[in-house]
Write a protein that binds this ligand. Structure first.
Ligand code: PA5
Length: 488
């Protein structure tokens, strides 16, 4: 079976001059890469540390087959009984599923019964607080024919919670007394409001609010191979293939030789480009409409994992490694990710990529063999008889060439084809690359303290019980200043 190919040639000086990485720099960097590799490897083999640090996602490719079989059974049951599924969740409880939906199901899946082959339409909500989309959806769906999967690791996220309350009330009104049988909660096995709610309901009626546990030590944005499995089962994706792809990629990403380990190689080049060549921005550009949402998933993965204020300090507690913020070392680090898609965005962001500030690395994802292809009719035109896939690949090569001409570093990940196996592998590659990047930057890549501030502000304004005194004080003593001279 052909492998995913990683082409890093255009990251190097021999293609993009002083904006590229020199072999000598890579060689010098290999000591730092080796240290990062060794440290991550040590943590990954220690279950206690893995869980304490939220690195248990690394074991998901090899998870228990019996669990998969039971999820598949559940998915089949939902798929055979309902016409629609609403998936509620945000951030890591949404982006992976959306990525899977777009990459692994045929395009226009929701629109045509022939494409869906009898399976339910999937709608995503709870990923915003926008009242228009949810009300429009609910006014068009039949509650008796709709199943709801609510996903929240913490069970406390306001967006998901608010959407669930509204959807639940809608089901209650329209689906009758047993409406709660049409809801499944995917959440923490023990903690959180959602867990409490599900447990209370299912204690009264075992078929109401059934739930699937999220594994301990698996953080939201790294959890597609855990929280996303029910979605794969409902839509008929071969879960075993996704996991096999991820497991095979895990083997390559565990090799100590940087030049053979694609995730470590990618992370190392990215960090050198970031620190030494001023490449602050990472543009991820699949040349496949179906992979755009996977690029969006990666945006969250990179931004939340590596965008950090403080360096980390390693401590040990109860036999497990723990990482704490080193408040004496403010580093404000992390590349800024942007997602784009070829060829659509060649008529948009690409102008800036080519002629704007040389502060970006573009990562292309291309697909070698498309499931379907179209040939242009024979004509006098130079496009006569060409296939769309051929044009797409030439456009990608052209884009890489044009970037090289302007000394803009870029690299290409080539999938032999887009299927469950290669998609699982691609996901796992990005997860490992992000973990290595976090190690190289010396930060905790598995928390997201920065997203708490807006939540605290909301909780305070909404009088959430139990809000800490310090938080209330901080909000009260730091109001946003409003000078009338600055309103226009
Ligand atoms: O990566 C993360 O942990 C976050 O992005 C979460 O996924 C996101 O905040 C949603 O959280 P939850 O699943 O607890 O509702």
């Amino acid at each position: 079976m052909p492998k995913i190919k990683f082409d890093f040639n255009n990251m190097m000086d021999f293609n993009v001059g002083r904006h590229g990485v020199r072999l000598s720099e890579l060689k010098t960097f290999s000591a730092r890469a080796g240290k990062a590799f060794n440290h991550l490897a040590t943590v990954l083999v220690d279950r206690k540390s893995r869980i304490a640090l939220s690195l248990e996602w690394s074991k998901l490719p090899l998870q228990d087959k019996k669990v998969i079989v039971s999820i598949q059974k559940l998915g089949k049951e939902i798929a055979s009984e309902y016409e629609n599924v609403i998936s509620l969740g945000i951030g890591g409880s949404y982006l992976g599923i959306k990525a899977a939906q777009d990459a692994l199901l045929p395009p226009y899946y929701n629109d045509f019964p022939g494409v869906r082959k009898g399976r339910p339409r999937i709608y995503f909500e709870g990923n915003n607080l926008d009242p228009v989309t949810l009300s429009s959806l609910l006014s068009n769906l039949n509650p008796r024919k709709t199943f709801v999967v609510v996903i929240s690791k913490s069970g406390e996220t306001s967006e998901t919670k608010a959407a669930l309350e509204i959807v639940e009330a809608w089901l209650k009104r329209g689906a009758g007394a047993k409406f709660a049988r049409q809801i499944i909660a995917v959440t923490d096995p023990k903690a959180g409001t959602l867990r409490k709610k599900a447990s209370a309901a299912s204690a009264k009626d075992p078929l109401a609010y059934r739930s699937l546990p999220l594994l301990e030590g698996v953080g939201g944005r790294f959890s597609e191979l855990n929280m996303g499995l029910l979605h794969l089962a409902i839509t008929g994706v071969k879960i075993a293939e996704v996991l096999k792809g991820a497991a095979d990629m895990a083997k390559s990403c565990a090799l100590s030789d940087m030049f053979k380990n694609p995730a470590l190689f990618y992370a190392s080049l990215s960090v050198i480009a970031y620190e030494k060549k001023g490449k602050q921005i990472s543009i991820i550009m699949p040349f496949s409409e179906q992979l755009k949402s996977t690029a969006d998933w990666y945006i969250q993965l990179l931004a939340e994992s590596t965008g950090k204020k403080y360096a980390r300090k390693i401590v040990f507690e109860q036999g497990a490694e723990k990482w704490v913020e080193d408040r004496s070392r403010i580093i404000n680090t992390g590349r800024t990710p942007i997602s784009a898609r070829g060829t659509n965005d060649l008529h948009s962001i690409q102008q800036n990529n080519i002629e704007g500030r040389n502060d970006k690395v573009v990562t292309f994802i291309r697909v070698e063999k498309y499931k379907k292809d179209l040939k242009l009719p024979i004509s006098e035109d130079f496009l006569s008889g060409r296939t769309l896939s051929g044009l797409l690949k030439t456009a990608q090569e052209g884009t890489a060439w044009a970037l090289n001409r302007e000394m803009r570093p870029n690299c290409t990940i080539s999938l032999p084809e887009l299927n469950a196996y290669y998609w699982g592998a691609l996901l796992f590659f990005f997860e490992m690359a992000t973990a290595y990047e976090g190690e190289l930057l010396g930060i905790n890549a598995f928390n997201q303290p920065g997203v708490e501030s807006y939540k605290n502000y909301m909780f305070y304004k909404l009088n959430k019980p139990g809000i800490k005194k310090e938080i209330a004080e901080e909000i009260n003593t730091n109001p946003m200043k409003k000078d009338p001279g600055y309103f226009a």
